[in-house]
Design a protein around this ligand. Structure first.
Ligand code: FES
Length: 314
């Protein structure tokens, strides 16, 4: 880890100010935070200041950010000197951050450092043409492709002294480069392509649990469906029984007369013609029981007793 100090006064600009576009951007960032918490925007604003000032933060930029956020300059200085994402020294057009942590060191980072020293010079110096500068940094999280370096915003991995030297020459002369592994492999796959997890049986899961899990899931789904069907049938049966019970209770509560045939309830109080012991009444037993009696029937009824009509029927 290199010492985090501000650049010498000789290279410090006299002043710094955000340009109009960045000033507007900074205001938008600050507006994201509640009143009184504007200091939360310190990292985005420092990052934007570094971007505007050719990739490094001069003292004037740190102080400008402090004024913008109403912070003590020392508080902003603490942030700028703590995070290695902020460059406190001038950098080249292509800024190389070479990983020197253990996995990269074991895979040849020391030889890459020697290339940097030979091609560029000591750390934190910029080549005379302004194209290249370099710095040793801690792990950049690409250990599986060690050794590696971050150049501006891209990772270059699987470096060797030979391909790294060629890469620096390409960058210096503006030739296109290809980020990622420099040895032809894809991502962090083995050279020549993947060698594991190639069995198609792995892709449908049949290998997991000795091929048992699919049968188990099928059985579980079937049991769940059967249980749901049984429950639905039981609920339907209970509902039917409940309806029948309600109907029966309703029928019991209804008066008997209401359920008798209409012929028995149509003329309440009227004597039945055939009922034994009831007095015979021609006026009421004739078909014209409503009171209208024809003349012949009336004469028959008026005959004195003992006539043929009163003879007992044998
Ligand atoms: S050790 Fe170099 S990337 Fe992790």
């Amino acid at each position: 880890m290199s010492v985090r100090r501000l650049a010498p006064d000789a290279v410090q600009p006299a002043s710094f100010a955000f340009d109009a576009a960045n000033e507007n951007w900074a205001d938008q960032q600050i507006a994201k935070y509640p009143e009184g918490r504007q200091a939360s925007a310190v990292i985005p604003l420092l990052w934007k200041a570094q971007e505007q000032h050719d990739g490094w933060l001069p003292r004037a930029a740190i102080e400008a950010v402090a004024r913008k956020l109403g912070m003590a300059p020392m508080r902003v200085m603490e942030v700028a000197t703590f995070y290695t994402m902020f460059n406190l020294q001038p950098v080249g057009e292509h800024f190389i951050q070479l990983c020197g942590t253990t996995p990269c060191a074991l895979r040849g980072a020391e030889a890459l450092k020697k290339v940097c020293q030979d091609v560029i010079g000591p750390q934190s110096t910029v080549t005379a043409d302004g194209k290249l500068s370099w710095l040793e940094v801690e792990c950049l999280g690409a250990c599986c492709n060690a050794p590696m370096a971050q150049i501006n915003f891209d990772y270059y991995e699987d470096l060797t002294p030979e391909n790294f030297k060629a890469l620096l020459e390409d960058l210096r002369h503006g030739r296109p480069t290809k980020p990622g592994p420099q040895n032809g492999r894809s991502g962090s796959e083995p050279l020549g392509g993947g060698e594991t997890l190639k069995d198609p049986a792995l892709y449908d899961g049949t290998v997991i649990g000795a091929g048992d899990w699919q049968r188990r899931v099928t059985e579980q789904r079937k049991a769940a469906a059967e249980a749901a069907a049984a429950k639905a049938a039981a609920e339907a049966e209970a509902k039917t029984a409940e309806t029948a019970k309600a109907d029966a209770a309703k029928a019991d509560a209804t008066p008997a007369a209401a359920t008798k045939p209409a012929t028995e309830t149509a003329a309440p109080g009227r004597p039945k013609p055939s009922e034994p012991g009831q007095p015979t009444s021609a006026a009421s037993d004739t078909p014209a029981a409503g009171g209208k009696v024809d003349a012949k029937s009336a004469a028959e009824a008026a005959k004195p007793a003992g006539g043929p009509a009163d003879k007992p029927v044998k």
